[in-house]
Design a protein around this ligand. Structure first.
Ligand SMILES: Cc1cc2nc3c(=O)[nH]c(=O)nc-3n(C[C@H](O)[C@H](O)[C@H](O)COP(=O)(O)O)c2cc1C
Length: 214
């Protein structure tokens, strides 16, 4: 498909869309971004306004708000190659992710706020993250959603069921404890490993079930 061959022509292994929205657990999204960069993936990134508030609350990162400045900051912070991280703003409708002809084969919303979950389930497309997810659904491309809320309301559960039936995969931010994680980072990696596996990467963050468990 052209969006993947474009990425390979530019020297990247693949191209993936990543949206970080304003649920708690932005560490999952930031770690996934770091892993994708290390895997030579070109990442088309969107960070919602609420996610920027959560990043400032939950991490020490001083993330600039403007897309160009955010792109420069993250590229330097994660030692990404030139052009590897592309950041798009909330109304940048000419971005590749806004159309089936330009969007990558996979999109991850990590973490996914219940607000964005609702907008995706209803096809609202009121900002670029919602539009990109709408494109992924209409084109039958891979869409991974990482919601975090507790408890879930019937509305949240209905949206997750509806989106699952449409082909999206819900990967809740619910790390397991059977590997006896010794750090927050290990718990974050538990979820990121599952996302990388879903995306088809050989992940090395965690042993697979049945291999070296305890
Ligand atoms: C510190 C903080 C933590 C939040 N945690 C959650 C959460 O865990 N789950 C959630 O769905 N919303 C959470 N919210 C609320 C969302 O950020 C809010 O509903 C926002 O409108 C979502 O916008 P977005 O989907 O465009 O990112 C949190 C907000 C803040 C500031």
């Amino acid at each position: 498909m052209s969006f993947e061959s474009d990425a390979r022509e530019a020297g990247f292994s693949r191209r993936v869309t990543l949206a970080i929205t304003g649920a708690s657990g932005v560490q999952y999204g930031l770690r996934l971004l770091q892993c994708l960069v290390q895997l030579e993936v070109q990442v088309l990134l969107m960070v919602s306004r609420a996610a920027q508030v959560v990043i400032a609350t939950e991490t020490d990162l001083k993330l600039p708000g403007a897309p160009e400045a955010m792109e420069r900051f993250l590229s330097e912070h994660l030692d990404a190659r030139s052009g590897q991280i592309k950041v798009y703003g909330r109304e940048q409708w000419m971005a590749p992710v806004a159309s089936g002809s330009g969007a990558p084969g996979a999109m991850v919303v990590c973490p996914c706020s219940t607000g964005t979950l609702s907008a995706i389930a209803c096809g609202a497309s009121n900002n670029l993250i919602e539009r990109a997810a709408d494109v992924a659904l209409k084109e039958r491309r891979q869409l991974l959603l990482v919601p975090r809320e507790a408890p879930y309301s019937e509305i949240h559960l209905e949206h997750m069921l509806k989106l699952t039936r449409m082909g999206a995969v819900v990967v809740p931010a619910s790390p397991g404890f059977y590997q006896r994680p010794q750090s927050v980072e290990a718990m974050v990696d538990f979820i990121v490993a599952r996302l990388l596996s879903q995306l088809g990467f050989e992940q090395t963050l965690l042993p697979r079930w049945g291999e070296a468990l305890l």
